[in-house]
Ligand binder design. Structure first.
Ligand code: ZN
Length: 287
């Protein structure tokens, strides 16, 4: 396991962590101030300043990307299927322009929440089938652009509105079905917030292996959690054994960035420099 205690060269900042404190240009400037080498930007943050400007800002700052957030929201009714497909193709094109190593996929829950305006459904089995088929379709386009897809399993609390792929096993089953040769085109983004509770986590990380481990996200699980979406903890403030998870993915050969992704009304209310200083300190001590 890599030693993070003396520097933060393997820290990447998911830019949603400070999304309320400034736009993407301000966040990139802050990363330069703090010696942060990599980011994972969100599509809306890129759109807000324009793709060309985002590409220039990333390049001028010498930043790497650890991913691009996000593709997915595959579940919809028939009337919204083309919209979902085309939206994901644009995400691939943007990721390519930005030099991302992969697109993080949040696959969608029930259609009416994933693609608003879709007819309501309670059929989560059908939603999962749709996710499988839509990833297969997106994979063809993404392969053409040499852009790997990283399925992020989300905590089951999000099954209705964000993702009906809720365990690492489920995500890896899709990978094995659609990319049995392990070409590197399809894998998983493992976020400790979503997976820490899973009794099958360690064997599934071993099953994933280096080929499938495309991204690793960290934050913490607060007790009690006041808001399932926007009350993520700073690493070290909650109950997740982050070092064990990192040790397990690194034992498989994962050698990429440890990406900090905190959606938190608490941390969004603090100055950007204070948040980044804290991220760096916790990255050295508890990640
Ligand atoms: Zn994540």
């Amino acid at each position: 396991m890599r030693d993070f205690s003396s520097d933060h060269r393997w820290l990447s900042l998911n830019t949603a962590t400070v999304r309320k404190q400034g736009d993407l240009v301000a966040i990139i400037d802050a990363c330069a101030r703090h010696g942060i080498r990599a980011i994972d930007p969100w599509r809306d943050q890129v759109a807000a300043i324009g793709l060309d400007r985002a590409v220039r800002a990333v390049r001028d700052a010498g930043l790497e990307l650890s991913g691009y957030c996000r593709g997915g929201m595959f579940t919809s009714d028939a009337a919204h299927r083309i919209e979902a497909r085309d939206d994901n193709r644009r995400a691939v094109d943007e990721a390519k322009a930005l030099g991302a190593p992969c697109i993080v996929l949040v696959v969608g829950g029930l259609p009416q929440y994933s693609r608003p305006g879709s007819a309501a459904s309670k059929d989560i089995v059908a939603a999962r089938t749709q996710v499988h088929d839509a990833i297969a379709e997106m994979l063809e386009y993404a392969k053409g652009a040499s852009m790997p897809l990283a399925i992020e399993p989300l905590h089951p609390a999000y099954a209705a509105d964000r993702a009906c792929v809720n365990t690492t096993k489920q995500a890896l089953d899709i990978c094995d079905e659609l990319d049995p040769q392990r070409t590197g085109a399809l894998g998983v983004a493992l976020d400790v917030y979503h997976i820490w509770w899973d009794p099958e986590l360690m064997p599934q990380i071993a099953r994933a292996g280096k080929d499938r481990l495309l991204a690793f996200h960290v934050c913490d699980w607060l007790v009690p959690t006041k808001d399932i979406l926007n009350d993520r903890g700073m690493m070290g403030d909650g109950v997740i054994d982050i070092k064990s998870a990192r040790s397990a993915v690194e034992a498989q050969g994962f050698a990429g960035y440890s990406e900090i992704e905190i959606f938190s009304s608490d941390w969004w209310a603090r100055p950007m420099d204070e948040v980044l200083r804290t991220c760096i300190e916790r990255h050295r001590t508890v990640v």
